[in-house]
Design a protein around this ligand. Structure first.
Ligand code: KG4
Ligand code: ZN
Length: 338
């Protein structure tokens, strides 16, 4: 079964064709980062307009790259939630038009379910059940994946996501948006013990995260140096911040694995491209004997192949939407959408 998928939840307009949920026939991603960089973050109105301008060409290119016509596509999958509402609506409406005109099913996909599915494309043998750590610009979750469409959230962030913490800290340190990858690079040259940044724990919710205190601590540290007219020890701050984030993510993930008895672990989302996190989790899994799946770096960020893959499993589970499908800025991963 060939699925054409569309992703437009944030600042990438993406389309892809995937066969049977696992074989990539094409993948096109048009990023808007250079435009949002000028403002230090994503401007929702600009994102929507950019999606409108890009979407026809991106979809057309995905079909051309796959050497297929629309009439050879068996279903259209689309990210319907969560994300920026105006941005999501562009993809949802375009997908509705394609599904209606070609008479094939329309399959709504949850963006975070998609991130998890990016691993199915890299690892042909990977199947649920497993435990997933999903870390992106908007989400930090530990999720029990019991089946392709069966999810239970074990841990969530109480405030900022890990990616948001990376990006906001990077901004005060003078890096361009999105700053996560610049922190990652600077951290390799710094001393992770230089600053003792806070690591939040909740007695009543051992898998929950909180990154706003850490973000504030880093911002205050940077302001302190600036007020004294001293040069920022950028590499040391980056290394210490990255260690604080990665230690918390790894410790809670391993605790969840040990307490649930699940021995297969999967990482997903933009922040899973972070080398410090990959090394940390790899070492912890090796030490405790867990099987680890890391998404390839080109599939960590937003793309449409992950939506096509998850769309395949949603379709197999009987999930389809009619022309009344709406986008939603928020949506629980364990409930159906559409
Ligand atoms: O999954 P994603 O592309 O979009 C959302 O769904 O949010 O994640 C984007 C986030 C940004 O915060 C970005 O800074 C972060 O992923 N990111 C990284 C790295 N590469 C991307 N964070 C830390 N280290 C990286 N190497
Ligand atoms: Zn994402």
């Amino acid at each position: 079964m060939r699925i054409l998928a569309i992703e437009s939840s944030c600042d990438e307009t993406a389309a892809a064709v995937v066969e049977d949920g696992r074989r990539i026939l094409s993948s096109v991603v048009a990023t808007q980062i250079d435009i949002h960089k000028l403002y230090g973050g994503v401007v929702p109105e600009i994102a929507s307009r950019q999606h409108i301008e890009a979407i026809s060409t991106v979809v057309e290119n995905a079909l051309t790259e796959a050497k297929l016509k629309l009439s050879q596509i068996d279903a259209i999958a689309v990210t319907a939630a969560p994300g920026l509402i105006g941005a999501l609506l562009v993809g949802v409406n375009f997908a509705k038009g394609l599904a209606f005109s070609s008479g094939v099913p329309l399959v709504p996909v949850h963006h975070i379910r998609g991130h998890i599915a990016s691993n199915y494309l890299a690892y042909p043998d990977l199947e649920p059940p497993f435990l997933a750590l999903v870390v992106s610009g908007g989400h930090s979750n530990i999720i029990k994946v019991d089946g392709y469409t069966d999810f239970t959230v074990l841990g969530r962030t109480r405030d900022d996501a890990a990616g948001e913490c990376f990006d906001k800290a990077a901004r005060v340190m003078g890096f361009p948006y999105p700053g996560g990858k610049y922190i990652d690079e600077a951290a390799k040259k710094g001393d992770a013990k230089a600053f003792n940044f806070p690591k939040t724990k909740f007695a009543d919710a051992p898998y929950d995260f909180s990154f706003s205190g850490l973000k504030t601590a880093v911002i205050n540290t940077c302001h302190g140096f600036k007020q004294k007219g001293e040069e920022l020890p950028v590499n040391d701050i980056a290394a210490s911040l990255q260690k604080a984030i990665c230690d918390v993510l790894t410790d809670k993930l391993i605790l969840a694995a040990s307490e649930t008895g699940i021995n297969k672990i999967v990482l997903a989302g933009g922040v899973s491209a972070n080398d410090g996190l990959r090394e940390n989790v790899t070492a912890a899994c090796k030490k405790d004997g867990y099987e680890l799946y890391l998404p390839p770096k080109n599939l960590c960020g937003d793309n449409a192949v992950m939506i096509a893959s998850q769309g395949y499993y949603e379709h197999m589970a009987g999930v389809t939407a009619d022309m009344s499908l709406n986008a939603s800025a928020t949506a629980a991963i364990d409930k159906g959408i559409g």
